[in-house]
Write a protein that binds this ligand. Sequence first.
Ligand code: VGL
Ligand code: ZN
Length: 213
Amino acid sequence: MKNSALLLVDLQNDFCTGGALAVKESDTVIDTANRLIDYFQRHQRPIIASKDWHPADHLSFAKNSGTVVGEIGQLNGRPQVWWPVHCVQNSHGADFHPLLRDDLISHIIYKGQNRLIDSYSAFFDNDHEYQTGLHTLLQSMQIEHLTILGIATDYCVKFTVLDALQLGYQVSVVMDGCRGVNIQPDDSQLAFNQMQQHGAVLVDSVTVLKSDK
Ligand code: VGL
Ligand code: ZN
């Protein structure tokens, strides 16, 4: 546990049941997140959460780009999936899920504020130009290992994990704490494979909770 932190990716209403971009079984994710939050709290380790935090005029929203939800186009010279309006700053959809133990979250990282570029990773915008401050925060706390879970497996979790590995962190991905959008049915499985190939360790929450060191 020493030098370890918990990173919860985008556990917001819009990605949960009833939300604009809901994944399946989000209740399970919140449940798993709460058990890990309790564990990291008991071990006095940092609990960090990211929030997708878009201005209402964000150009990843199909409505603002005159495009069709789920199709792929180009934004600022890079491939972009067009999304429904989601996680608009200060809206209910951008709030944490009501059952999440967010009172125990020690730091919140905001991403996706620039309307011209999407930001799947909690570390960088998709062009890797702008940093969110997460890396600086982790460095200031001498964090070397991250336990990561959240939504969506095939977007924000995947790119957060790949950036973390590239920055030199050891990463455990809690599989039962992740769910994906799955535009293609096996997108989440492919994302898990890709994270593992790049050096992430895929774990089950039960294993994490049992390892009492
Ligand atoms: C996400 C699509 C658009 C995510 C965010 O949190 O995975 N996906 N914005
Ligand atoms: Zn988004």
